[in-house]
Design a protein around this ligand. Structure first.
Ligand SMILES: NC(=O)c1ccc[n+]([C@@H]2O[C@H](COP(=O)([O-])OP(=O)(O)OC[C@H]3O[C@@H](n4cnc5c(N)ncnc54)[C@H](OP(=O)(O)O)[C@@H]3O)[C@@H](O)[C@H]2O)c1
Length: 208
């Protein structure tokens, strides 16, 4: 497998520093990871956010975030197309936390993807990346909670086409305190995870 996986350093790049980006950042920071957060407006606009997140968080450009060891996509679906030429995505682990909504409450319309999974569309936009779908099924306020619930752990689902990339992401998610359920590849598993999929919004606790 490639150096980008084997020589993994613990630095995350987050593209989209809103509800989901900040929520995942908080979990990562708590577990000791460094994070670089980015948005479309540039690092200056994230000053207060970085201050609130505390040690280990820095603001960067979208390219800075894309050049980190593992990248989280947490930007609006409408903006996914901006990512193609940001960096060389080849062999990079990219966690796709997006959902393909094109409108929010009350309609919650989703984009017509012609039968493709939304993460397959993302994978086409960032060619060569090892796309793993994760962190997209729970509303951010639930995702933000302590993953430990009673005697159990909150479940996060993952799916992807590259086994080692998926294992690397699963290991991180477990370090954050969640239980992981692997749903398979992007064509099948990520369709269950994505907006309107069978496990979308499912707040499952794995006991024991
Ligand atoms: N909210 C949830 O509970 C939830 C749960 C699961 C999945 N999701 C998915 O996660 C994604 C983000 O949702 P959210 O609720 O976190 O949205 P949000 O709070 O509106 O945050 C979106 C972030 O993306 C940034 N952004 C916008 N355009 C960008 C671009 N071209 N490049 C880089 N950054 C850009 C925004 O900042 P600027 O506009 O300043 O650039 C903002 O920081 C969506 O795909 C959503 O469907 C959301």
């Amino acid at each position: 497998m490639t150096n980008k996986i084997n020589n993994m350093k613990k630095k995350f790049g987050i593209i989209g520093a809103g509800n989901i980006g900040q929520t995942v950042a908080r979990h990562l920071l708590k577990a000791g990871y460094d994070v670089v957060l980015s948005n479309s407006q540039g690092p200056e606009s994230l000053k207060e956010t970085i201050k609130a997140l505390g040690n280990g968080a820095v603001a960067g450009t979208v390219k800075d975030a894309a050049d980190a060891d593992i990248v989280l996509l947490s930007l609006p679906w409408s903006q996914i197309g901006t990512l193609t030429n940001v960096t060389d995505w080849t062999n990079k682990i990219v966690i796709d936390a997006t959902n393909h909504f094109i409108s929010y409450a009350p309609e919650f319309n989703v984009a017509n993807l012609g039968g493709k999974a939304s993460s397959e569309v993302v994978a086409e936009i960032i060619p060569g990346a090892f796309v793993v779908k994760a962190f997209n099924t729970l509303p951010f306020k639930i995702l933000a909670l302590d993953p430990k619930e009673g005697n159990g752990k909150r479940v996060l689902f993952i799916s992807g086409n590259h086994g080692e990339a998926k294992s690397a992401v699963a290991a991180v998610i477990e370090q954050l305190g969640f239980a992981v359920i692997d749903l398979g590849d992007l064509a099948h598993g990520s369709k269950l995870q994505q907006a309107n999929g069978a496990v979308a919004t499912l707040n499952l606790i794995k006991l024991g």
